[in-house]
Design a protein around this ligand. Structure first.
Ligand SMILES: *Cc1c(COP(=O)(O)O)cnc(C)c1O
Length: 362
């Protein structure tokens, strides 16, 4: 039985992109961001392939527990921390590391009686994004709570997150870094701030630990620089199959709502992928695919299970042909994100379990 759609995951490309992090930030340790199932690539397989990572970062406790259960040995940092004693205990038992970003979490750790201490913890400093973190005037007290708690062992690091690192040279980036460094210098603590965009464009922010995410998967964090420009290799190639070919006459409507109308006689192909797989409906009438190395447009709306493509100009197409949605140098996920008016992060993360992941070693 053939099964489609498939996301082919190229682990050699993943390792190449990891080497790029090492080249760009040779003096920093690497905390690879593998939240949201490694941006749709499969967290366990990605963690195994990135065995040289010094640590991994996920958003939630549940994600960290899955990685531990799969036998991942490195430090695993829970970026959102936890909000109840049971979860704090579970993190400690599974040797997961916590980011403390809120007064309520400090309260938790100061009153809990954990069966073993948490290690490699971080304090999130609010430096300008206004999402997670304690403002700089609360850091002194927070560090006092964390460093005197018997529930925490080892050093606590200072973490922050850029709101605009994709805007190279934006003064707000330097302002954010200055705020973090002021705290770090005052207390002599380790720092972590740089995501993919900052790893490329703001080396002053690399600090002790960089936190690459998107670049590992071979997509660009910048609007005006391609992944190829950055020497990143696409890790995911998303494919499916052509399941029908239809003749079109002038005036024929295609798909729900008839949002595309044939202006001349031609042919459309029907490909088995749709928003029910997590393929964005925003690609309706604006996306493209590759078939037999030709780039052709999506016509009409993306349906739950299918899309229509205009193959009028191709003669060599038959049912069963492979179709590539992204992950080729001729058609990148970044291209499609721009067409869909979103970011490649979203297109990658949205793919659901209906898309089979297949792993390749090169
Ligand atoms: C997701 C995430 C990262 C990685 O960001 P990229 O832009 O994908 O490199 C780094 N730090 C934090 C706190 C994150 O949530």
């Amino acid at each position: 039985m053939s099964s489609y759609p498939v996301a082919h995951i190229n682990l050699a490309a993943l390792q190449h992109n990891f080497e790029r992090v090492k080249q760009l930030a040779p003096n920093s340790k690497i905390m690879s961001a593998i939240k949201a199932d490694a941006y749709g690539h499969g967290a366990i397989q990605v963690a195994q392939a990135l065995h040289d990572s010094d640590a991994f970062a996920v958003a939630r406790l549940s994600e960290g527990l899955l990685l531990r259960a799969a036998g991942i040995q490195q430090a695993i940092v829970i970026l959102e921390g936890v909000n109840c004693v049971a979860d704090l205990q579970s993190a400690a038992e599974n040797d997961l590391s916590i980011v403390f970003h809120h007064a309520s979490q400090l309260q938790l750790v100061s009153t809990a009686q954990l069966s073993r201490p948490l290690s490699f913890c971080w304090l999130m400093v609010e430096t300008g994004m206004h999402r997670l973190g304690l403002s700089t005037d609360l850091i002194d007290h927070a560090l006092q709570v964390l460093t005197t708690s018997s529930n925490i062992t080892g050093e606590v690091g200072l973490m922050s997150h850029f709101a605009n690192s994709d805007l190279v040279g934006d003064p707000r980036n330097q302002q954010q870094l200055d705020k973090l460094m002021e705290c770090a210098d005052q207390y002599g603590l380790k720092t972590s701030m740089a995501n993919s965009a900052a790893i490329f464009s703001f080396s002053a922010s690399h600090g002790d630990w960089v936190r690459p995410g998107l670049m590992l998967y071979g997509a660009t964090p910048f609007e005006d620089r391609t992944a190829q420009d950055l020497d990143l290799k696409p890790v995911m190639q998303l494919t499916s199959e052509l399941i029908a070919i239809q003749p079109l006459h002038v005036g024929d409507n295609v798909g729900y709502g008839g949002s595309w109308v044939a202006e001349k006689p031609g042919r459309i192909g029907i490909v088995s992928i749709g928003y029910g797989d997590g393929y964005s409906r925003h690609l309706s009438n604006v996306g493209s695919v590759l078939i037999n190395n030709h780039r052709v447009p999506i016509v009409g709306r993306v349906s739950m299970d299918m899309i229509a493509i205009d193959i009028s100009n191709l003669s060599d197409v038959t049912v069963g042909d492979a179709v590539i949605m992204w992950g080729s140098e001729l058609l990148t996920v970044d291209d499609m994100a721009q067409q869909a008016n979103t970011i490649s992060y979203e297109l990658l993360c949205q793919l659901n379990e209906r898309v089979k992941r297949e792993y390749h070693h090169g």
